[in-house]
Design a protein. Structure first.
Length: 98
């Protein structure tokens, strides 16, 4: 019985710690729009039609400095603290906004 209770708490804690794409996207709304339909500050591509894989690659590229145009330095600051799990969660959330 103790093993079952311990497993329950570990599983519950893990789900609480899982990245929340909707929460993470809140800091993106000002530039990209509620449905990812805006060109951020008139300088970026509209991301609403991107695939999750394209978004993940772009965000990881912004983070490591290997991707980006005029918004590169701004985006590096935005994604610098995101984990790979966070990047995947927010990317998977954005594709649901279509």
């Amino acid at each position: 019985m103790r093993k079952i209770i311990a497993l329950f708490f570990v599983t519950s804690f893990a789900s609480l710690m899982a990245a929340d794409g909707a929460f993470l996207y809140k800091k993106c709304i000002a530039c990209h729009g509620a449905n990812a339909q805006k060109s951020a500050l008139g300088k970026s591509q509209v991301i609403s039609d991107w695939s999750a894989n394209k978004m993940i690659a772009a965000l990881k590229g912004y983070k490591d400095g290997s991707y980006g145009g005029p918004m590169k330095s701004l985006m590096q600051g935005q994604v610098g603290s995101l984990s790979d799990e966070d990047i995947e969660a927010v990317s998977n959330y954005i594709v649901t906004l279509k």
